[in-house]
Design a binder for this molecule. Sequence first.
Ligand code: ATP
Length: 281
Amino acid sequence: MIQCTGIEKSYTDKKVLSGISFDIPDGQIFGLLGPSGAGKTTLIKILTGQLAFDGGSAMILQKNVRHLTGEDKKKIGIMMDQFGVYERLSCYDNLKVFADIYGTPKEKIMETLKLVGLEDSAKKPASSLSKGMRVRLQLARVFMVSPEIIFLDEPTTGLDPMTMKQIHRIILDKKKHGCTIFLTTHNMEEAAKLCDTVALLNEGVIVDTGAPEEICRRFNHQKKIVLHLKTGEDRELAHSRESAAEISKLLEEDKVETIHSSEPTLETVFLELTGRKLEEE
Ligand SMILES: Nc1ncnc2c1ncn2[C@@H]1O[C@H](COP(=O)(O)OP(=O)(O)OP(=O)(O)O)[C@@H](O)[C@H]1O
């Protein structure tokens, strides 16, 4: 369980996080969504005991994050941009460095490379890896210690859809094995697909939280139905008795190609709540 209550953080005189509270039950994937500068990385640093904060409390592994020991930290995997890879070392040797630090058995190195699909690249220097392979190597490093909780700071930003899918598969596999996963992203489709719960963070404040589909349902004020007709025309109708009659008529006349309800996405909810887009062009 990760639990935080009323977290406050400022850098010098700039307030970055304000009254952050949530509970993440064990075994869930939790997504923190917010645009650049919202405070996502700062919150990860606080929850993993890397950064002091000004107010509130945070618990992880049933312990106050201010009192995490080295042993506790072995149960927490962290993937962040600034934890780079050793460019000149091979993939295998990159992981060996961590195996040596954490006392992980050597057999686990190939096992982990296999898990992330890098077994054929074990001898390649990290400098020769593609962006997607590099992310997988960073993930492999996180898995070297069999963490109970994994923090992933924007694990798929800038990746192509194929590689993104591979990363999603790995994340879901870890969930299946009981890990609790905390991820940050700008990508609402990714969040909707992976996360049990999301929190929408804007300028250091959580503006909404819940299951992605529940949030979208809650913001479905307009309740629209979209018909794509065989003529190529799209017709948008309100949820109403009159629309039911019109839909029924169009169906009887065999004029309908597809029919679906038009619900808001996390992106449109975020825009409605904050006036900002999650992913700024
Ligand atoms: N060490 C620091 N000193 C001063 N200000 C900082 C420091 N680190 C971050 N900030 C500021 O705090 C705010 C939140 O930064 P943070 O990195 O947590 O945002 P983020 O949501 O992770 O953004 P991104 O998606 O771009 O990584 C930003 O305005 C940033 O400029």
